[in-house]
Ligand binder design. Structure first.
Ligand SMILES: [Zn+2]
Length: 397
């Protein structure tokens, strides 16, 4: 049904374009042939042959500066419908007419680049976009943003950095700087993190550190950069520095505290400072209560003071802030201390809680709502950087 409406839209658009083309034509043409194509197209439409209808309409519609927008709109509609080859044909047909005003040719040029992106022909799209950046100042920014998407898809991080830096407002002593696009600075810091991770694979800590410094210069709240710096410090035996970088994460965005716990624990252990870890976690629970922090603390108390003290602490905390994960742990404690019928009933309850937890996503994108079980730095749904975070609340963290 949606297709029929889309085709009716095309039909109307082309009918208007045809009329405009006919009105704007300076040299008289064979109107009989045009009418013939027009009615042939209508006939295809009535007989439910949309492909034939579209071809006939395109053939009938003369390309000039007045009908150009109609051609472009039809091409774009084809692209959105997934008929990329046809969209490419329509837009290439426009570019084959150098007599069109340059601004119109540039628009067709951009649409063709978008067609190539949709078709996965990224090399060809890239070439067209580079040409546009050189030749069409009015479309430079749009072309650069598309180029950025291509480099992101191809994981060409250095090229992505080069383009993104050009999208930042130029610093000038003479005039106030334009507002910075936060999505660009966030993306830039993640491109640097991607390069740093590649360096880390080769154990090239020097390059990785340099990239991470750059990441933080673009976005000082880049949690990922702080986590990676902590990883390098840990690997190189600088445990106090690793802890410092992980503490920084808590200031940058406390929702990421759970991502720091394992490395924090290991770093404090290497320093022989178990008490330091416990104090830090208690502080974190106060600042930003979360099930992950609570459960690590419960493990810590179990090891130091025993199950009874740990269960008591957990029970108190769950009254303040109930969570499924906390409840599962509490039930586990009670199973260990019960027998017979009540042990069996608690076992069923534990199974239920576990099934409920397994069915829940743990992370969600704050931009598009995409949710899943693991942390993605780039959201698989909307491709935004740093927007996927742990879900909070009783069913989450
Ligand atoms: Zn998203």
């Amino acid at each position: 049904m949606a297709d029929i409406w889309q085709l009716l839209l095309v039909f109307t658009a082309i009918a208007i374009g045809w009329w405009l083309g006919r009105r704007g034509r300076l040299v008289s043409a064979d109107e009989g042939a045009l009418h013939h194509q027009y009615y042939k197209g209508l006939n295809f439409l009535i007989n439910d042959q949309p492909d034939g209808a579209l071809d006939a309409f395109i053939e009938a519609l003369e390309v000039n500066s007045e009908t150009l927008e109609t051609h472009i709109a039809v091409g774009n509609l084809m692209r959105r419908k997934g008929e990329v080859e046809r969209a490419i044909r329509i837009h290439q047909n426009l570019l084959a007419r150098p007599s069109l005003p340059r601004v119109h040719l540039h628009q067709a040029h951009l649409e063709l680049a978008r067609d190539f992106i949709s078709a996965g022909l990224l090399d060809r799209a890239e070439r067209l976009l580079h040409d546009l950046i050189k030749e069409a100042p009015e479309l430079k920014e749009t072309a650069m943003r598309h180029l950025l998407e291509i480099y992101k898809d191809e994981k060409e991080w250095q090229q992505a950095i080069d383009v993104a830096e050009q999208l930042l407002p130029k610093r000038s002593l003479l005039k106030a700087a334009a507002p910075v696009d936060k999505t660009i600075t966030a993306a830039l810091s993640h491109y640097c993190c991607e390069l740093a991770e590649l360096s880390l694979v080769k154990n090239d800590y020097h390059s990785a550190r340099a990239q991470l410094k750059k990441a933080l210069s673009h976005d000082r709240n880049c949690v990922r950069a702080s986590l990676l710096i902590a990883d390098i410090e840990f690997r190189t035996g600088h445990y106090a520095k690793a802890i410092k970088s992980l503490r920084k994460v808590r200031d940058q965005d406390p929702v990421f505290i759970p991502e720091t716990i394992e490395l924090l624990r290991s770093s404090f252990e290497h320093l022989g400072d178990d008490e330091g870890f416990y104090r830090y976690m208690m502080e974190s629970l106060d600042i930003y209560p979360s099930a992950s922090v609570l459960l690590h603390l419960v493990d810590d108390i179990t090891a130091k003071k025993g199950v009874v003290a740990a269960a008591g602490f957990l029970g108190q905390e769950l009254k303040k802030r109930p969570s499924l994960r906390g409840l599962a742990k509490l039930v586990e404690f009670h199973i260990a201390n019960s027998s017979g019928q009540s042990k069996e009933s608690l076992g069923i309850l534990q199974l239920l809680i576990e099934q409920l937890m397994q069915s829940k996503p743990q992370y969600q994108c704050h931009h598009c709502g995409f949710s899943g079980k693991r942390l993605h730095w780039m959201c698989p749904g909307c491709k935004q950087w740093g927007q996927v975070k742990a879900i909070r609340g009783a069913e989450g963290d």
